[in-house]
Every structure is written in C-alpha cells, then in structure tokens.
Design a protein around this ligand. Structure first.
Ligand SMILES: Cc1cc2nc3c(=O)[nH]c(=O)nc-3n(C[C@H](O)[C@H](O)[C@H](O)COP(=O)(O)OP(=O)(O)OC[C@H]3O[C@@H](n4cnc5c(N)ncnc54)[C@H](O)[C@@H]3O)c2cc1C
Length: 335
C-alpha cells in the first residue's frame, strides 16, 4: 500500500480536472482495498474510490480526505468463468477473452477504466452490456461493514445503472465474476452500425477478433478510445445517457429504439446536436468533441465548474427545444 500527498485529481482522471488530494492510497490487492476503506471509515475521513478515473467529474477544490486508487490485479479462469480483481484494466480483460476464445464482452472493446467499475453503471456499448455476463460481484459493504457476494438479482442492473450506482459509496467492488461462452465466434451482433462494418446482419455472429477490431476502429473514429495524444478522448465518453420516454413523446426526426413497456430510447447525440451543440461547439476550455456531439471534452486549463456549467447549458437547450431532460452519465464527485 503506497500513500502519496503530492497528487491532483486532474492527474488521475481522463477529463483532467480536479484539485489536490489530501492522501492518495494506491492498493494492490483486495485485502489492502478493504483495509484502506475501513481505515478511512473508522477515522471519519471522506473517501473517494477511483479506478481509471474515466467516468468522474472531479471537484476543483480537490479531496479533503482519502482517495483510494484500486490497482488490484488478477484473472482466474475456470472453464468459461472468469473471476477478475477490481483493478484489472477492462480493455486488457476484453483482449484476453478474445485471445482465449471466450465470447460475451467483445463488443465492449476499447472502453477505458477498471473491471471493478463496470458493474456500477452496467457498462455497455455496441449492443452488449456487462449485466449480460456478470454472475457475481464480490463487495465490501460499508453500511454493514462486511464482505458480501452480490448475485445479479441483487445488483439491480438497468440501462447504464445499477443498485451500486443508486446507493453511492455503499459497495466497494473487490472482484467480478463473468460467465462467458467458449468458442471462436462472437455472440450475436446486436448493433446495426457494427453489423454493417462487419458485413453481417444484426443477430448473426462473426469471428471474435474481427468484432474487436471493428469496434476499436469505430470507436477510434469517434474519439472514443482514450489516448493521451487524442484531444477528443479527453472526456468521460458519452456525457449523457440516451433518455427513455413514453413512445407518445418520441421526438420527430430523432433516432430511437424500443425500450419495452411502450417506451423508446432516444438518441442523446441527436438531441444535443439539434439543440445547437453540434460537434466542436466550444466555450472557454470545454465543449463538445470535434468527432462526437455526445462527448464533452476539456482543454488544458479547464475546470470542473466550467464543464458542469456547459453541461447545464446543453441540458437546458435540449429541454427547451424538445421537452426531454438529459441525465449526465459520469459521476460529479462532491466532497
Ligand atoms: C473515451 C471514453 C470512452 C468511454 N466509453 C464508454 C462506453 O462505451 N460505455 C460505457 O459504459 N462507458 C464508457 N466510458 C465511461 C467509463 O470508461 C466507464 O464507465 C468505466 O467503467 C469507468 O471505469 P473507471 O475505472 O475509470 O471508473 P472511475 O471513473 O474511476 O469511477 C467511476 C465511479 O465508480 C466508482 N468506483 C470505481 N472503482 C470502484 C470500485 N472498485 N468499487 C466501487 N466503486 C468504484 C467511483 O467512485 C466512481 O463513482 C468511456 C469513457 C471514456 C473516457
């Protein structure tokens, strides 16, 4: 366990905003992670957990307590089941599954961050989400002060949401177990743009490596693979979730997908763009990415306050024009 006092949140997050940290504690296994959390809780020090820092807007005033950076590593395989330590980088895990002929997460290639953060917002992209393969999440429950194994029904997974997100700060993810499908071909491709790129129909399969390559190519084209050399990836990915509304309130011209129960999921990217915030709309040091209107990006010198103010302008414009309220996807951290 390493403790440092010379670090800013901006150094630990892909949006590169956020002030100084009182104590940064880097933990390298689950035992150290639980010990660091218990220690902060017992001493009454504010606690912030960070994996890859790719889904947080960190506060400009910094963090007046402990930031625990989860760097635990390890993947255990039993047949098609993988039990993965929380700090394992997500995309390394996806690459491992593709290389070893395990299907179920290939369409989630290129998403930054840690494996332990994936159940929090039920990470998803290109027709897959982690809820489809997660069979258990081992957590430390800060409310009950015990370790627990949460089964999928107890995780309350939903679109970019889960019980772990709805009860913020309660559950510390220690490891995640996935059940994957041994074989060299992907799960049925569930996203039209990906199917087109692969030259297959939606619902058909393709070689696992081809799916990974196609997803990475599509994501790079949109600045959605984190790369310090690509200013369009200085973001938290999509800044807003796709809003779900009753079919009667669908917006004319806006792409939508059935969402069950007489509801539709609207394209947040379309709404943002048509509310006057097309690609490359800038204000000060923040704005929309030049390759994707749904990603808000920062430039050196940006602040969290500036970014959140810009996000509020987008929300207001979409509400005024289309009567739909966008919900931010990243966590806006508050001490
Ligand atoms: C370029 C780019 C593209 C992206 N594309 C996608 C995408 O396609 N789909 C998608 O769903 N997301 C996407 N994201 C968002 C992000 O990568 C994911 O949400 C990712 O899972 C966050 O992981 P992280 O380790 O960086 O989490 P962090 O940002 O470090 O943390 C996110 C939240 O989880 C909490 N947390 C982190 N680790 C733990 C733990 N072990 N236990 C309990 N709580 C924890 C944090 O306190 C925080 O509230 C993208 C981000 C970027 C920058």
């Amino acid at each position: 366990m390493q403790v440092r006092r010379d670090v800013r949140l901006a150094d630990l997050t892909t949006l590169a905003v956020g002030g100084p940290i009182e104590r940064l504690i880097e933990v390298t296994d689950a035992e150290e992670l639980v010990a660091a959390v218990r220690d902060a809780d017992e001493a009454g020090r504010p606690l912030l957990l960070l994996g890859g820092g790719s889904n947080v807007v960190a506060p400009d005033e910094g963090w007046p307590g402990d930031v625990v950076a989860v760097r635990s590593r390890g993947v255990e395989r039993t047949g098609g089941d993988l039990t993965v330590q929380a700090g394992e980088p997500w995309d390394d895990l996806v690459a491992y599954t593709v290389e070893h002929g395990l299907a179920g997460m290939e369409a989630l290639s290129g998403i930054p961050g840690s494996t332990g953060a994936t159940p929090i917002q039920n990470v998803g992209a290109y027709g897959q989400e982690v809820a489809q393969t997660i069979t258990a999440v081992q957590v430390y429950d800060r409310a009950e002060k015990v370790e627990r194994r949460l089964l999928p029904a107890e995780c309350g997974f939903d679109y970019r949401d889960s019980r772990l997100k709805r009860e913020p700060g309660r559950f510390v993810v220690l490891e995640v177990t996935f059940a994957l499908h041994p074989g060299s071909r992907s799960r049925p491709v569930g996203y039209a743009e990906l199917a087109r790129t692969l030259g297959v129909e939606v619902g058909e399969t393709a070689p696992l490596a081809d799916v990974r390559d196609a997803v990475l190519e599509l994501r790079r084209g949109k600045g959605m693979v984190w790369d310090p050399a690509d200013p369009d990836s200085r973001s938290a990915g999509s800044f807003f979730t796709n809003p779900i509304v009753s079919a009667a309130r669908a917006v004319e011209g806006c792409p939508s997908w059935p969402a069950g129960d007489g509801q539709v999921k609207l394209s947040a990217a379309w709404l943002v763009q048509h509310a006057g915030f097309g690609r490359g709309t800038r204000q000060g040091n923040v704005g929309t990415s030049s390759r994707h209107s749904l990603a808000l990006t920062t430039e050196p010198g940006a602040t969290a306050a500036e970014l959140l103010q810009f996000a509020d302008r987008v929300i207001e414009a979409v509400r005024d024009q289309f009567g739909v309220t966008l919900v931010p996807e990243p966590t806006a951290v508050r001490p």
